[in-house]
Design a protein around this ligand. Structure first.
Ligand SMILES: Nc1nc2c(c(=O)[nH]1)N[C@H]1C(S)=C(S)[C@@H](COP(=O)(O)O)O[C@H]1N2
Ligand SMILES: [Mo]
Length: 214
């Protein structure tokens, strides 16, 4: 009798496991999350400097280099499989006046950077992108605010127009700091580095609580 009961309980537990261990199929967009309404991934205005980029993931690598102990060259799968995933709802504010509140999922930039090992003099993180775009953010801001390098938005893989494979989620900074199609993460000791829009008059700090023109 006892053995039978044990067998039944085991079967129930196993069944429970198979049911809860959900394999997610190509998911559709999440629009409400923990009681919050999200924007749609289609609410963005596409006005990137050279239009949407279509990155061939087979030839793609993400570099972490510059003032580091050992440079990294990572494939898309290595980034997704070898680092802890995090998610957070964060709103992007473009200087043109539109916003998008999105559930972002990605890895922490500080995890990539700590694996590369930032040299003591490094204080600024420069991002370069497939379309030639560049921008920068301070290293201590990246570390202290758990800044994400996103590969999913609202539970779907970033579409090409939104920066596939990776976009910087520069929380509390203007949209022009949110580099899409990231190819290089470069540590420098130049806090005055000016990226594409910064060199055309936009504020280098890019903080949302400050005007975006210098
Ligand atoms: N590589 C790249 N990243 C970029 C841009 C760009 O032109 N090229 N534009 C920036 C700007 S101005 C904004 S507001 C955000 C969001 O732009 P999107 O609506 O075109 O996705 O991406 C930022 N990242
Ligand atoms: Mo923007």
């Amino acid at each position: 009798m006892r053995k039978e009961l044990l067998a039944i309980i085991t079967v129930i537990l196993l069944a429970g496991c198979t049911i809860t261990n959900v394999v997610s199929l190509n998911s559709s967009e999440v629009r409400d999350y923990q009681g919050e309404d999200l924007s749609s991934i289609n609410d963005f205005r596409e006005n990137s400097i050279k239009g949407p980029q279509y990155v061939n993931i087979d030839n793609y690598t993400l570099s972490v280099k510059g003032l580091v102990n050992n440079s990294l060259e990572l494939t898309y799968d290595e980034v997704l499989n070898n680092y802890q995933a995090y998610s957070k709802v964060i709103t992007l504010y473009c200087v043109e006046g539109w916003t998008a509140k999105i559930l972002w999922e990605g890895v922490l930039l500080k995890d990539l950077i700590s694996e590369a090992g930032a040299l003591p003099e490094a204080n600024t993180v420069v991002f370069t992108a497939y379309d030639g775009y560049t921008s920068s953010i301070p290293l201590d801001y990246v570390i202290n605010n758990d800044i994400l390098l996103a590969y999913k938005m609202n539970n779907v893989v970033l579409p090409p127009e939104r920066g596939y494979p990776f976009q910087v989620v520069a929380e509390d900074k203007w949209g022009y700091k949110w580099v899409k199609w990231v190819t290089n993460i470069i540590l420098t000791d130049n806090p005055d580095y000016e990226g594409f829009w910064e060199s055309r008059g936009y504020s280098d700090t890019g903080d949302l609580d400050e005007p975006f023109f210098d």
